[in-house]
Design a protein around this ligand. Structure first.
Ligand code: HEC
Length: 175
């Protein structure tokens, strides 16, 4: 955060420097000449440009930073995530995202079904994590899913699995 602000400040300062040298006709002229007549007008112009620099250099990046911050801290399409769901989101990124698409986790995996489309319930996610999926399961098997392919069982367990299930069932299809 600090680094980004310093970075923005650097460009703002550079912008001012270039601007003031420019308006006085280069570094030498800046030292030698006092600007004639319309000094007031130039100063007014200088200030308005300064305002523009500040707006673009600080205000707009700051807005984006605030937006990203919200995102990283679990605001998904206006839905507020609990600590458990944020944790679930991280685990999802590590263990599920390579195979599944889920917009709220920025996941674009194509091996398994798009979770934004099938919008699984908490129970279904938990069940699927526990038993996995077989493409041609025996009749009545716990590993029966949609028949698309194979999903490994027990990729995660316990609280991790519950948190992922909470997260997925809350956000799927919402962003
Ligand atoms: C190696 C790839 C892979 C990984 C990793 C993976 N999945 Fe899957 N997943 C699949 C496939 C393939 C299917 C479809 C299975 C089928 O159609 O029978 C699937 C199906 C599902 C379903 C739908 C089940 C149903 O019956 O509708 C859910 C929910 C799901 N996965 C959640 C997860 C979660 C949560 C994780 C992370 C813990 C995860 N998956 C990790 C490949 C994967």
């Amino acid at each position: 955060m600090l680094a980004v602000l310093l970075f923005a400040a650097f460009w703002v300062v550079l912008g001012f420097g270039v601007f003031f040298l420019g308006i006085r006709g280069g570094p030498k002229a800046a030292l030698e000449t006092r600007p004639p007549g319309s000094w007031r007008a130039r100063r007014a112009l200088g200030w308005s440009l300064a305002v523009i620099y500040v707006a673009f250099g600080i205000a707009i990046p700051a807005l984006f930073l605030v937006g990203n911050h919200n995102n990283a801290n679990g605001q998904v399409g206006g839905i507020k995530l609990t600590a458990a769901e944020k944790h679930g989101r991280e685990i999802f990124g590590e263990r599920c995202a390579q195979c599944h698409t889920l917009a709220a986790a920025n996941a674009v995996g194509k091996v398994g079904p798009n979770l934004d489309v099938i919008q699984p319930t908490y129970q279904l996610v938990l069940h699927t994590i526990q038993y996995g999926c077989l493409q041609n399961p025996p009749p009545g098997s716990q590993e029966a899913c949609l028949g698309y392919g194979t999903m490994p069982a027990d990729v995660i367990q316990g609280t991790d699995a519950q948190n992922v299930a909470k997260f997925v069932s809350k956000v799927a299809g919402k962003e």
